[in-house]
Design a protein around this ligand. Structure first.
Ligand SMILES: CC(C)(COP(=O)(O)OP(=O)(O)OC[C@H]1O[C@@H](n2cnc3c(N)ncnc32)[C@H](O)[C@@H]1OP(=O)(O)O)[C@@H](O)C(=O)NCCC(=O)NCCS
Length: 241
């Protein structure tokens, strides 16, 4: 079998590495790996040495028609993944999922075409991943997690139990979503955010606890506290200036 990884940048090379490890674990040592990327010169080799770049993404249309060829999504950003899938419009069964052999995948976990699960990721039980979902290195998806098509968890993102991540969401590196929350479609959670409430679709939230990122907003000064019993102690007042 020949695997064409669409996207030869750093993430695509990580996906190719996971694929090679998966193929080795399955005993498919004859498989070939190559890359397609519009921004890289055809004929060059990717930096990590996992294979040549054959040409631009458009080549996938022709190559995917061959019986011995599968496509692999090597791009991590939700909108770019969706644009590539739309542009190529090849039968979806040619997009193969890739799961690094060090990922832990529990019972009743389902995943759609073109999905990627990176090294050290943990999907516990009753998890549903849609089409072209990216679960990057060291992520956790706990019981009952549901991720819509094209959603991406960047490295070390942790979803607690029964979290629903809408189609096209991007969950930043090291972020946490507490149990039972919903993150609306095409929303973004910034790196390091902790979502403690539902996140509306299409919005960007950052920080701990996560708050909507409002661009160009006048910085808010904390309101003065009333004088009285609840006045902060001296050690806290320095944080309120
Ligand atoms: C949240 C995010 C999407 C915003 O990106 P952006 O739209 O380009 O925003 P900017 O960089 O212009 O930052 C806008 C403001 O948000 C702040 N901000 C950006 N990211 C933040 C984050 N993760 N947490 C807290 N504040 C953040 C910036 O400091 C800036 O504040 P200011 O207006 O007071 O200066 C991006 O910073 C982010 O965190 N992306 C996650 C990417 C990731 O995890 N990648 C992993 C790849 S492996």
């Amino acid at each position: 079998m020949r695997y064409l990884v669409v996207g030869a940048a750093g993430h695509g090379q990580e996906v190719a590495w996971s694929l090679r490890e998966e193929l080795r674990a399955l005993g498919e040592s004859e498989a070939e790996i190559a890359f397609l990327d519009d921004a890289v010169r055809a004929g060059s080799e990717v930096a990590c040495g996992l294979g040549p770049v054959l040409g631009g993404v458009e080549l996938a249309r022709r190559e995917a028609a061959r019986a011995n060829t599968r496509l692999v999504m090597g791009v991590g950003l939700p909108r770019t993944k969706a644009a590539i899938v739309r542009r190529l419009d090849v039968p979806e069964h040619v997009w193969t999922p890739v799961v690094h052999p060090s990922a832990i995948v529990g019972p009743n976990v389902t995943m759609g075409v073109g999905t990627y699960v990176g090294p050290g990721a943990v999907l516990t039980v009753n998890v549903q991943l849609g089409r072209f979902v990216t679960i990057n290195t060291h992520c956790l998806v706990a019981h009952g997690g549901v991720l819509g098509d094209f959603a991406t968890l960047h490295p070390d993102a942790h979803l607690s139990g029964d979290v629903a991540i809408g189609q096209g969401c991007e969950v930043g590196a090291g972020s946490i979503v507490i149990p039972g929350l919903t993150v609306g479609e095409w929303a973004v959670l910034g790196a390091g955010a902790v979502a403690v409430d539902h996140v509306s679709g299409g919005r960007t939230h950052v920080g701990v606890p996560a708050r909507e990122l409002v661009r160009g907003a006048v910085p808010q000064r904390p309101l003065p506290l009333p004088l009285g019993e609840n006045q902060p102690t001296r050690s806290l007042t320095r944080f309120l200036r």
